[in-house]
Design a protein around this ligand. Sequence first.
Ligand code: ATR
Length: 327
Amino acid sequence: MIDWSYGVSFIWKIVQEIDQKLAYSLNMTSSASMDLHTDPSLFAGLDVYAVAGNPITHSKSPLIHAKFAEQSHQAMHYGRLQPDLGCFAKAAQDFFAAGGKGMNVTVPFKLDAQALADVLTPRAKLAGAVNTLWIKDQQIYGDNTDGAGLVRDLLAQGIVLKGARILLLGAGGAARGVLSPLLDQLPKNLVIANRSAAKADQLVAIFSDLAKEKNTSLESVSLESLEDSKNTAPFDLVINATAAGLDNQSPLSHAAAVNVFVPSSFAYEMLYGKTTSFMQQALQRGARVSDGLGMLVEQAADAFLIWRGAKLASSIDPRAVLALLRS
Ligand code: ATR
């Protein structure tokens, strides 16, 4: 049980009241961006952060960061921004010019955020995308905390990654973003399978040096080849980084699912909010499953600590926030 101090609860009560008022008073602040009560000039005395995406109204990030702020007694406000497509850079520049301290970035702006950043962390460069921006010395810094979030959620669920045999489904931005943190955990094998095989081959080429350094065998295979039982051994961990679940589909055919899952496998779906076809296939084979809600909370925790200071790591409790979201 978390013991909220009276002072912090009081600050948050005021913030919530301001939010309610602004929700009525603010609609479109410019043609480039829908500002959902996030303008930093309206929150004197509070450091203001935001998540930018399109669409964004469904985002759980404001709630997650509000909980971290409560846990660590930070006076901050975290809102939502919905830039029009093609208008991300202007919306982010306006936000920072108005005093915004940091921004999370989600679909479809992670590549725009990478292009906007003046300085990229090594893992953001490798990920090819940015989900966290902040201002330091008048420069915009960009990082990618998605992969670290995935790894921490897996470890928190008791999954052993060192020496594991991992199948990564997908070769888009979500898959690329998690490859270097996964390799850092020293798996034995990492196999990438994607509908468009050439994209999986490209990822193997980009990460082959890192894989060698980590002594991990990294290879790409076609989704169809997973149907061949002679050449497909089961995996310890299967991660679905495709968008197939959004269309109620799984990237795995029934025959492939039969080969890749055994009861000791763990199936991780990066989407959250429902039991996808991919998760159902794993459950039918007796495997354990997880959706991606824990990854969402853990990547947010990393962003929060970048912005507010690593010394707060022991003050925040991402697993309690995850439990709250699930309740
Ligand atoms: P994201 O940033 O979410 O990764 P993306 O870069 O558009 O989005 O990549 C989407 C991924 O989901 C790709 O790997 C895509 O496969 P292709 O590269 O062949 O397009 C995969 N994907 C989407 N729908 C799919 C489906 N129905 N079955 C299998 N893979 C699918």
